[in-house]
Design a protein around this ligand. Structure first.
Ligand SMILES: NC(=O)c1ccc[n+]([C@@H]2O[C@H](COP(=O)([O-])OP(=O)(O)OC[C@H]3O[C@@H](n4cnc5c(N)ncnc54)[C@H](OP(=O)(O)O)[C@@H]3O)[C@@H](O)[C@H]2O)c1
Length: 270
């Protein structure tokens, strides 16, 4: 595994498992199996309705708490300081843990600053080892960091080979925030794993197109959280830390950038 150092010095794995769309027993089985087979980071959210299933998977895996990096997010249902504070405790209870490793504000909400105040307090109380935001575009990020006390360690954003965000990543790093990519495989849109440029590069390293798409992000220092319900793909998606793309290959992949979201719902935030 490779790691990214966050602004408070803690290390975040550069790859992990996303759990959106995994529920019930399937979610529990997948999380337990992933943790027993090399995964260290699990990404969930109150919005996904699967925190309890994730918590059971963690328990079933038998993994030591210190070897796990667990992320959750609070969302619009908890749109006040008091509700956010209560939601954080609810997440810890759902997940059966005393702390999460990363606690995020899921989206920019009108009450985002006061919700984040509850997140900052949870951090100070040891309920989260690092805190951050998600889906904040550059303008909102600039406004947000003027108003918060603790600079977000992470901004989790839609990022993949079709939407690469080089300038925004640089700007955030200069301000103390690392990027984490959601939908790093673009949810399979436009048969991303079959793109000739990715497959051709992959042949050289005996890797799949999906692995090249993920490596491209990881090598830029972006943490990735692909989701799969299939075991062979789960293994494939973390076997991305044993090779390096050349600058020429990085530049070839840069040509895939469309500089536009694939998910219209995020336009409400941009
Ligand atoms: N913060 C936010 O607002 C936000 C928004 C969206 C997502 N997320 C997080 O990011 C995680 C990942 O995003 P995502 O689930 O939307 O999309 P994704 O990880 O980019 O793509 C998942 C899709 O790719 C397929 N897939 C997985 N591995 C593959 C491989 N090696 N080769 C080919 N296809 C593969 C999966 O199919 P199978 O399952 O059938 O293998 C699934 O259809 C989510 O689970 C969630 O934790 C956060």
């Amino acid at each position: 595994m490779e790691y990214l150092k966050l602004n408070n010095g803690i290390l975040m794995p550069l790859s992990g498992l996303g759990t959106w769309d995994l529920n019930g027993n399937e979610c529990t089985d997948t999380v337990a199996w992933a943790l027993q087979n090399g995964y260290q980071l699990i990404d969930t959210a109150q919005m996904y309705g699967n925190e309890k299933a994730v918590g059971e998977g963690i328990e079933r895996s038998g993994i030591q708490r210190s070897k796990l990096f667990l992320t959750t997010k609070i969302y619009r249902k908890s749109n006040s300081y008091d509700k956010a504070k209560a939601a954080i405790d609810q997440s810890l209870e759902n997940l059966k843990v005393d702390y999460v490793d990363l606690l995020l504000l899921h989206e920019p909400y009108l009450q985002g600053v006061e919700m984040y105040r509850a997140i900052e307090e949870a951090y100070k109380a040891g309920k989260a080892r690092a805190i951050g935001i998600s889906n904040y575009d550059k303008d909102r990020y600039i406004e947000f960091i003027k108003q918060c006390e603790i600079i977000p360690a992470v901004n989790q954003l839609e990022t993949h080979v079709f939407y690469q965000k080089w300038d925004y990543q640089k700007f955030m790093i200069e301000n103390g925030t690392q990027m984490q990519a959601w939908s790093p495989l673009a949810q399979g849109i436009d048969r991303i794993a079959e793109l000739p440029v990715l497959k051709e590069i992959g042949e050289k390293y005996e890797k799949s197109g999906a692995q090249i798409a993920l490596r491209f992000l990881v090598q830029r220092g972006i943490s990735v959280i692909p989701k799969s319900r299939h075991r062979e793909r789960l293994l494939e998606n973390i076997a991305i830390h044993d090779f390096n793309l050349s600058n020429e290959e990085i530049n070839q992949i840069r040509s895939l950038d469309r500089n536009e979201t694939l998910f219209p719902w995020t336009k409400a935030f941009s």
